[in-house]
Ligand binder design. Structure first.
Ligand SMILES: [Zn+2]
Length: 235
């Protein structure tokens, strides 16, 4: 079981850790700041800096087969560290911060478009959501409203809710394809004050102003009841 520092501190860029396992699947640590692919957000890349100063480049981070396992996947051709070795785990922060900004922005998009979400992807500098609606979506209106919410600089925070409370409030779950992890007794909610509240385990910025300007690059019809809205940073 790896201590998941990225769940509590979305801004943690590095941590000291001890290698608990290392094999062809990946390197496991006792604690980490590396976010594993999930909830539409890609896994972190970066490096594990070993005791002798060698940098083991990490190309991806994924969840293992066993719950709680986090695999740091090294770029091919590098000698792996041994269990018990101390490392400094360092994510590529500029990329992660762009992912956090876009991820938070997709929550705003959820608030702007009143429909169920059937899919989505957080990308580096861009992102998209698929909505279950037969309605025509107004690209300019969505863009204007998103930037208004960004400039509103709303606070973003985490709140916990019990499984029972969530079961009693099904309207909180916006994603139609992915159900939040129930059965642990409580579920993490991401709250953008006065704007959006829904279960989410990803990493986010603390205020919507950090997102910066965005543009709606495309609104596509992907079927009778499927509208795909794509966003990109304006910079
Ligand atoms: Zn989220």
């Amino acid at each position: 079981m790896t201590e998941e520092i990225f769940r509590e501190d979305h801004y943690a860029r590095r941590c000291d850790a001890v290698v608990t396992a290392a094999d062809e699947r990946g390197v496991q640590l006792d604690r980490t700041v590396f976010y594993p692919t999930g909830g539409g957000q890609p896994g972190d890349i970066g490096a594990l800096v070993l005791g002798d100063g060698r940098r083991l480049a990490i190309a991806d981070t994924r969840k293992g087969a066993v719950p709680g396992e986090i695999l740091h996947i090294a770029e091919a051709g590098q000698a792996l560290p041994r269990p018990g070795e101390r490392v400094s785990a360092e994510i590529e922060w500029e990329r992660r911060y762009r992912l956090m900004r876009m991820h938070t922005c997709l929550h705003l998009l959820c608030a702007v478009v009143p429909a169920g979400v059937t899919g989505g992807q957080v990308g580096d500098g861009k992102g998209r959501l698929d909505f279950d609606t037969p309605n025509v979506l107004d690209k300019d209106m969505i863009g204007a409203r998103l930037n208004e919410l960004i400039h509103g600089n709303h606070a973003v925070g985490v709140r916990w809710i019990s499984d029972e409370e969530l079961a009693a409030k099904p309207e909180l779950v916006r994603t139609m394809s992915v159900k939040p992890p129930m059965g642990l007794g409580r579920v993490r909610l991401l709250e953008i004050e006065g704007v959006d509240l829904q279960p989410c385990g990803g990493t986010h910025v603390l205020r919507t102003g950090e997102i910066g300007g965005v543009a709606v690059t495309k609104v596509e019809s992907k079927g009778k009841r499927n509208r795909r809205v794509s966003l990109a940073f304006v910079e």
